[in-house]
Design a protein around this ligand. Structure first.
Ligand SMILES: Nc1ncnc2c1ncn2[C@@H]1O[C@H](COP(=O)(O)OP(=O)(O)O)[C@@H](O)[C@H]1O
Ligand code: SF4
Ligand SMILES: [Mg+2]
Length: 368
C-alpha cells in the first residue's frame, strides 16, 4: 500500500505520537526517541473536484465538469515533482486544491504527517499557507500595482506578525536572492518591471514566509524562452539555497523534464503515469506519455521516439469517456479499455494503463 493510501486510513484518527504527527516512526530502543519518520512531505489521496455548471431561470445544475477525479500522489521532502498534461487536464485545479484555495469534494491532504483541515490535531489552513506557497503564471495580476515591490514582498510576513523593519529587511534579502539589486528595485512598481523581473518578485513573495514547499503553476510559461531558462535556473538555485520542495506544473514536458526529479502525467482529471523523470522520458509506460514525448520537439537523439504525436483535442471533461479516459485517442485501445478504468498500480513507476497490468484482460498486457 502506498504511503498516501495509508494516510487516507488515518484521516480523523487520533494523533499517534507525542510530536503530534500521524507519522509512521519507529522508536529507538536506546533513547526512546521516535526516529525514522517515513511520511512524505505531502501525501495526497483521492483528491476530487467536480464543478457544477449552473444555468437557466432556476439556476439548476446543467452539467458537471470532472476537473480532478480521484488523484493520489506523494511529494518527498526536497524533491521536485513535475505535473504535466494538456490544457484542461486539471493541473491548476489540483494546485488550488493543494493550497486549499478551493475545497475538495472528497480526498485528503496530509502535510508532513498532519491532516490538513482536520478538526482534531490536524494542520490549520493558516499554518498550511505559511509552509506551502504558490507562484502563478500571471506575473502582473499577482502583484498589487500600487505597492512598491519591496512592500509586496514584505506584505505576507507583516500580516503574519513580523515587525515592519524586519519584514522589509527580509524583502531586501529576497530581492537579492532572486537576482534583483535591492538598491535598484525595492521602490519600483510592478508596471516598471519586465515580465521576467515581475516573476522574480512573485518568487520572492512566495519565499517571504519561509515556506517548505512551493507550488509553481505555469510559473515560466508566459516568459520568452531565454528569460524562461534564466528563471528556471534561478528556481534550481533557490531550491538548494532555501531547502525547498517544489511541485512544478506545466503543459510543457520539455520544461518539466528539465527541472523535475519525478514526473506525474495527468489526463482528463486523472493521473496517467508517475515515476522518476529519466524513466518516464526513456521508457514511458502509458501511451499518452509516449504521445506527449513524440509531440515534443527534440534535437537530442536519445529523446526521439517512434510514436505518432497526439492529434486532436482531449475529450470534454463534462462527459469523459468511460473506462480509460484516453481510449478515444489510444491506438492500443482494446474492449476492456472502454469498459473498465485502469488502476495506477504500485511502486516507484505507476502506470494507469491496462497493458501495464497482467490480469487486466488487455491482449497486450504484461504477464504478472
Ligand atoms: N471554477 C470552475 N468552474 C467550472 N469549470 C472549471 C473551473 N475551474 C476549472 N474548470 C474546468 O476544469 C477543467 C480543468 O481545468 P484546470 O485545472 O484549469 O486545467 P489545466 O490547469 O490543466 O489547464 C477544465 O475543463 C476547466 O474548464
Ligand atoms: S488502458 Fe487501453 S486505452 Fe487506456 S492507455 Fe492503456 S491501452 Fe490505451
Ligand atoms: Mg492551468
Amino acid at each position: 500500500m502506498s504511503v498516501a493510501k495509508d494516510a487516507a486510513l488515518l484521516v480523523g484518527a487520533p494523533r499517534s505520537n507525542a510530536r503530534g504527527k500521524l507519522g509512521r516512526s519507529t522508536v529507538d530502543t536506546g533513547t526512546g526517541e521516535l526516529v525514522g519518520q517515513t511520511w512524505p512531505l505531502l501525501a495526497v489521496e483521492n483528491l476530487t473536484k467536480h464543478f457544477a455548471l449552473k444555468g437557466g431561470l432556476l439556476n439548476r445544475t446543467k452539467a458537471v465538469v470532472q476537473a480532478v477525479d480521484g488523484v493520489s500522489f506523494d511529494v518527498q521532502t526536497g524533491e521536485t515533482l513535475g505535473i504535466v498534461g494538456e490544457s484542461g487536464c486539471g493541473k491548476s485545479t489540483t494546485a488550488r486544491l493543494l493550497m486549499h484555495l478551493i475545497p475538495p469534494d472528497i480526498g485528503s491532504i496530509v502535510f508532513d504527517g498532519l491532516v490538513v483541515g482536520a478538526a482534531d490535531g490536524g494542520l490549520s489552513h493558516r499554518d498550511l499557507h505559511r509552509q506551502m506557497q504558490m507562484v502563478f503564471q500571471e506575473s502582473y495580476a499577482s502583484l498589487n500595482p500600487r505597492l512598491p515591490v519591496a512592500m509586496s514582498i514584505a506584505f505576507g510576513p507583516l500580516v503574519h506578525g513580523l515587525a515592519k523593519s524586519a519584514a522589509l529587511k527580509r524583502a531586501m534579502k529576497l530581492l537579492e536572492a532572486v537576482g534583483l539589486d535591492p538598491m535598484l528595485f525595492a521602490n519600483r512598481y510592478p508596471h516598471e518591471l519586465s515580465g521576467g523581473q515581475r516573476q522574480r518578485i512573485n518568487i520572492a513573495r512566495a519565499l517571504a514566509l519561509e515556506p517548505r514547499i512551493v507550488i509553481l503553476d505555469e510559473a515560466v510559461s508566459a516568459l520568452d524562452k531565454s528569460v524562461e531558462a534564466q528563471v528556471l535556473n534561478l528556481l534550481v538555485d533557490l531550491k538548494a539555497q532555501f531547502d525547498l520542495t517544489y511541485v512544478f506544473i506545466s503543459h510543457d514536458l520539455n520544461v518539466v523534464r528539465y527541472i523535475s526529479d519525478r514526473v506525474m502525467v495527468m489526463y482528463l482529471g486523472k493521473v496517467a503515469e508517475v515515476g522518476p523523470s529519466e524513466v518516464i522520458l526513456k521508457s514511458p509506460g502509458h501511451p499518452y506519455t509516449a504521445a506527449l514525448l513524440a509531440s515534443m520537439p527534440s534535437l537530442d537523439p536519445d529523446h526521439r521516439t517512434e510514436e505518432a504525436p497526439l492529434s486532436g483535442d482531449p475529450p470534454n471533461p463534462i462527459d469523459p469517456p468511460s473506462g480509460c479516459r484516453f481510449h478515444t485517442r489510444c491506438k492500443f485501445a482494446a474492449p476492456v479499455c472502454s469498459q473498465q478504468a485502469p488502476d495506477l498500480g504500485e511502486g516507484t513507476h505507476q502506470v494507469a494503463c491496462h497493458m501495464a497490468h497482467g490480469s487486466s484482460g488487455h491482449p497486450a498486457a504484461i504477464a504478472a
